[in-house]
Ligand binder design. Sequence first.
Ligand SMILES: C[S@@+](CC[C@H](N)C(=O)[O-])C[C@H]1O[C@@H](n2cnc3c(N)ncnc32)[C@H](O)[C@@H]1O
Length: 271
Amino acid sequence: MAFHDWKWLLLLGRQTTLAKVWRSRRGGPSLCWKRCCHWSTGKSLDPEVRAFLEENTEVTNSGHLTPEIRLRLLTPRCRFWREKPDLWPYGDPFWAIYWPGGQALSRYILDNPRVVKGRSVLDLGSGCGATAIAAVMSGASQVLANDIDPIAGMAMILNCELNHLNPFPITIKNIINSEAGNWDLIVLGDMFYDEQLADGLHRWLQKCIRTHQTEVLIGDPGRHQFLSHSIRSQLHKVIEYSLPENTRQENYGLTSSIVWSYHPSNSSDNS
Ligand SMILES: C[S@@+](CC[C@H](N)C(=O)[O-])C[C@H]1O[C@@H](n2cnc3c(N)ncnc32)[C@H](O)[C@@H]1O
């Protein structure tokens, strides 16, 4: 299966299927992947990984909703766009795509800095880190990016460098099963693509809101798993963006992306 097929499946919302295929073909995480985990404990970016990411991504600020932000992404000009995934030494590169949900959130934050100014912000499932970057650029007092993929963490550091920002703190812990985080604002871009993950997120977000009155913003382009999830009935539409042509082409059938605000009802849905 070529990388292009991976992307195609991913964009159809069948990430889980692809992740299983990918993993079974590669036989689990590589040694290099394990070594990368040390980065989160404060060691500097592994030079071998840095070189690999720099060689196999393209720096771009076009084709997405936030030309103010430069990112290292996987584009048709990159080797692994067509290369066999077996040769890719790390986990599935979700971080190498700037997803429509994250694009909408970042655009909204850049256009409405008051949403984050002077506030603490958690970008959950940060991927390439664009939304966290938008929060820093817009004056958030504290930003934490969270992604369970350690390579995403490294890509975020490179993306901070590209945008002349000091890297914000990044954690690769799976925090959604832990206690509620005390954040003024939690942002989630394109995170409702898998039912089990969506259930876990929903429960954790409810806890954060009830414990700390956290504000929650979700960016999603209308994926089936999101629209059919119980959280959908408790969301209020904030703004809808028409997607740029390039993003439309990459995201078969999707034409816009929406920022939603989450207000759980007291009567409560405990899903
Ligand atoms: C579809 S991508 C979205 C990335 C980014 N928010 C954007 O919109 O471009 C989903 C990201 O969530 C991460 N992820 C999946 N499960 C997670 C979890 N339990 N906690 C944190 N991140 C997670 C994946 O590694 C991936 O980078």
